[in-house]
Design a protein around this ligand. Structure first.
Ligand code: NAD
Length: 383
């Protein structure tokens, strides 16, 4: 497509997620009528071995072990910052101070204090910042969010939102930063998976007023890579079950947020379900081709299975009968992030906002205390 404005992206943190962005840029031509065309022009990682994979991308002109080089580079328009959680605050604040727009990875600060500092700095600046959360971009998830947001469900009975995987089922898997409180944060699995679970409910205005949490650290030690005999603490929560009360027009309804790294039978399952007195919706990435809708028809209780097809937030050239997957969700998130930055989002589903990240932190912080005290505690103040 001609007339697209180039957007030069600098990637800080060339690990798993940094590479995913480069792949997204490579298939940008799948999008219809997008106002910009992103390309990765610079990569920063403290481990230079990570540069090898990026060398196959002709547009990358800068490789550096110093992230400040990218923050200070006037020829970079947007940063993607995908580093361990203990570094979010320092790097995000530096990007904001330099006036750089960026997509920041979740959880958007290692803890509530960091998230508050980051969000305050963003709100005092002119930078355009959003938070990574791609799973609501599955067509079935978008449809459920749209229906739930339309009021068609009537008075809400209850909501469930969850993300379960089994990456930590193997006790012999060596330790990495995501399993260590110092780098991942005391919130553990909530920091890894919680933003994904919070994004749609918070977008619908369903903000937990209170939370009661059950947090589990199941595997407490792991070996060091390359040295199976040496065990070190694995001191983050693996699984978290949050039972919340959400203020609604007539009463506080129940909402469950579930995040699990140890979930037998799951690989990477994200789901959302909302049930109301007049209808219900549910979607799971485990059955990505359809979502379900509940209706009362002539007093019969009917769950319909609806196949939305490949009808995404941002239109694509691929036929609607083709099926949608994780890589498509990432493309859609970036299309909406850069489309919104260009003022062209329209009524499409926007990427998670810094305020939504902050609200999720309020809930996770309250959940930590709730589990310690075995008590129902206030989460997001009602304004
Ligand atoms: N949106 C998603 O679906 C999703 C999935 C996984 C991880 N994440 C998030 O992405 C972020 C990164 O996770 P990941 O899985 O890519 O981790 P990773 O360990 O694969 O990659 C992180 C990279 O950052 C580099 N790094 C660390 N400190 C650095 C610094 N100061 N300067 C430059 N480079 C530095 C490391 O060397 C590593 O290559 C985290 O916030 C994580 O929660 C998001």
């Amino acid at each position: 497509m001609t007339g697209q404005q180039p957007v030069r992206i600098g990637v800080i943190g060339a690990g798993m997620m940094g590479r995913e962005l480069a792949i997204v840029c490579g298939r940008w031509m799948q999008l219809i009528d997008h106002p910009v065309r992103p390309e990765v022009v610079a990569v920063a990682d403290r481990n230079p071995a990570m540069f090898d994979w990026f060398r196959q991308i002709p547009s990358v002109r800068t490789f550096t072990e110093d992230w400040r080089v990218l923050v200070d580079d006037p020829d970079i328009d947007v940063l993607y910052i995908a580093v361990p959680h203990n570094q979010h605050e320092e790097l995000y604040l530096a990007a904001i101070a330099a006036g750089k727009d960026f997509l920041g990875e979740k959880p958007f600060g290692i803890d509530l204090a960091a998230a508050k500092t980051i969000v305050a700095a963003i709100e005092a600046s002119d930078v355009f910042v959003r938070v990574s959360s791609e799973l609501p971009y599955f067509p079935g998830a978008l449809a459920c969010a749209r229906i739930a947001g339309s009021g068609a469900l009537g008075d809400i009975i209850e909501v469930r939102s969850g993300f379960s995987h089994s990456s930590d089922m193997d006790r012999a898997k060596p330790i990495n930063w995501k399993r260590q409180r110092e780098f991942c944060g005391a919130i553990g699995v909530m920091g890894d998976l919680g933003m994904h679970v919070a994004h749609v409910p918070l977008r619908l205005g369903w903000r937990p007023r209170t939370v009661y949490a059950l947090l589990d650290d199941i595997v407490t030690q792991r070996s060091v890579a390359g040295n199976p005999g040496s065990m070190v603490p694995c001191d983050t929560y693996d699984n978290a079950l949050l039972a919340c009360r959400v203020p609604d027009a007539t009463r506080d309804f129940a909402m469950l947020w579930e995040t699990r790294r140890i979930a037998p039978g799951q690989t990477n399952t994200w789901w959302f379900e909302a049930l109301g007195m007049d209808g219900g919706v549910r979607f799971s990435t485990r059955t990505p081709t359809y979502y379900e809708r509940f209706e009362l028809k002539d007093k019969a209780q009917v769950w319909q299975q609806i196949q939305p097809g490949n009808v995404s937030a941002w239109p694509v050239i691929s036929a609607a009968i083709f099926e949608f997957g994780f890589a498509d969700a990432l493309l859609q998130m970036w299309a909406c992030f850069l489309g919104e930055r260009a003022g062209a989002l329209g009524d499409k589903f926007g990427t998670a906002t810094p305020q939504e990240a902050l609200q999720s932190h309020l809930v996770f912080d309250a959940a930590l205390k709730s589990d310690e005290q075995n008590a129902v505690l206030p989460a997001i103040p009602v304004t």
